[in-house]
Each structure stands twice: as C-alpha cells, then as structure tokens.
Design a binder for this molecule. Sequence first.
Ligand code: GAR
Length: 207
Amino acid sequence: MLKLVVCVSGGGTNLQAILDAIESGVITNAEVAAVVSNNANARALERAKQHGIPGILLRPGDYPDRAAFDRAFTEEMCRLAPDLIVLAGFLVRIPGEMVERFPDRIVNIHPSLIPSFCGVGYYGLKVHEKVLERGAKVTGATVHFVNEGMDEGPIIAQKAVEVQEDDTPQSLQKRVMEQAEWILLPQAIDDIANNRLRVEDGRVRHI
Ligand code: GAR
C-alpha cells in the first residue's frame, strides 16, 4: 500500500479528486496518511477532516527564517515517512533538502503544458491569465516528478485542453481542472502505486 502525504494550499479540488479516486477504485494500492497545508483556511483541510485524515499546518511565517521552515518541513516529512509526496495545489517552494531525501518520490500537478507557462510566478489562476494574455489556443495540465528546479522534473503525463474565445481565467481554470487535472493526477498516482512507471536518465518510462 503506497502511503501518500498530500500537500495543499487552497481549495483542494485535486485532493478531492484523489480521495474520490481511492474510494471508487480508480486508484488502487494507495492511501492518504496525512494532508499538509501552509494555509490555516485552506478548504482542503476541511476535506481531509471529512475523510478522517489528519491535517498538519506548516506556515513559513511561523519560523524565524526560510531555512528554519525548510528544516522543519523536511523533518516533518521524514517523520511522516510517506512513499509518495503529492503536491496538489501546493504553492510553497519545496526545499532542496526535501528533494534530496525523497528522490523521484514527490509529484506535482501544474495547470499548463510544461515547459509553457511554468516556473517562477506561474501558479494557480495566474497561469491561466498568462495563457489568455498570450492568446494561446491550447493549454492543459502536467503531472511531473519534482527535482531541484521549478517545474523542471521528469514529466509523467500531460493532457491538452482547448482555449475558447470567450474564456476568462476562471472559466479556463475550471475546464483545465475538469478535463485534465482531476483525471491526470489520480492516474499518475495509480501508475506509481502499481509500479507502472520508472525514471530513467531523467525521463519517465511507462512499463
Ligand atoms: C490547481 O489548478 C493546481 O494545478 C495549481 O493550483 C490549483 C490548486 O487547486 N497548482 C499550481 O499552480 C502549482 N504551480 P486545488 O486547490 O483546487 O486543487
């Protein structure tokens, strides 16, 4: 049984997609052991509570500096000892020391087709604003392993979504979630839980 710790910052619809997929059997051999949030008001914490999953609050502002937060965050993860850390709308940079401790064991969902519209400053609704500003006709979502770079780790899966003429950032975000994110992330977790992929030379091979 793959032990998951899911990290969240806000609404938690991707967390919900994971919990629903476990309940319906779309994800097998995996369980959510804890949900970590940097935001006390995250709706995601409510969702965790409703499922009897412990919620853990870890806020950078509660520590004297970033290094102290990074250390505490990494120590907490080591204490929880997950097989896989899932960043499901988690808007805090992952400390390098945590990446070292969990190589190829952290996955992230990003709401664009990486390497487009990603990196520093591209998160949440901002991604969709930039897609519309640029006039892109296709966008989508990407699930990838996390390395020391920002949105640069090996890509596990991607799905394209059409941009419509009358889209707002909100309508585009909703379509990308419905048509891509909530499908891709549970699928990737199921693939990992059932040993259907591995990383070779910095690329993901589906086996
Ligand atoms: C999702 O669209 C996720 O892809 C994005 O934040 C949103 C969280 O929604 N993540 C990033 O932008 C990471 N760079 P949720 O809390 O409802 O799952």
